[in-house]
Each structure stands twice: as structure tokens, then as C-alpha cells.
Design a protein around this ligand. Structure first.
Ligand code: SF4
Length: 86
């Protein structure tokens, strides 16, 4: 069951993904795939068979995926994500 706040957070990320990424963001994507499960598992999420995630629609992925995590406030996958904010 999807939580209302989680869905609202996803909608907000979709709108704010048109804004610039925070200058304090460091790091890189380590392909954990956890942002592809916010708030439900994306149907385009795949595994490379070696423990890393990949996107089956990568060239045409939406801006919310391209920009994640855009700000520290929107960073919901800190435990596994390769990005951080200083
Ligand atoms: S949570 Fe971070 S490291 Fe994991 S797939 Fe998303 S951007 Fe990449």
C-alpha cells in the first residue's frame, strides 16, 4: 500500500526536477537501484546479473530520474546511494 506522503514526495520530485541540482552534491551513482523503487519499483528497473541495477529506458528516462538526488532534502536513499551532500 502506497503511503500518501511518499506519493506526494514523488510528485514534488517530478516538478522540482526541472530545477538545478544542488552545488553541494558530490559522488556518483553506484547503481544500487533504490531510487528506482520510490515509491514503487519502476517497471524499467533491471539487474545486470552481477548485483547492479540498470534502467531499461535509460536514454529516455524522465528528468526526476536524471536529476536524483537533486537536493539533500529530496535524498531519500542516503544509506545506499553513492551521492552525498556536503
Ligand atoms: S539511489 Fe543513488 S546510487 Fe542508487 S541508483 Fe539512485 S542515484 Fe544511483
Amino acid at each position: 500500500m502506497l503511503n500518501r506522503n511518499t506519493l506526494l514526495a514523488k510528485l514534488l520530485r517530478q516538478f522540482t526536477s526541472l530545477l538545478p541540482v544542488s552545488k553541494s552534491r558530490r559522488g556518483t551513482c553506484v547503481r544500487c537501484g533504490n531510487c528506482c523503487k520510490l515509491p514503487y519499483t519502476c517497471p524499467f528497473l533491471r539487474s545486470d546479473g552481477q548485483g547492479l541495477s540498470r534502467c531499461a529506458a535509460y536514454p529516455i528516462r524522465p528528468s526526476s530520474c536524471r536529476m536524483y538526488p537533486r537536493t539533500e532534502h529530496e535524498h531519500l536513499t542516503e544509506e545506499t546511494c553513492g551521492f552525498r551532500f556536503e
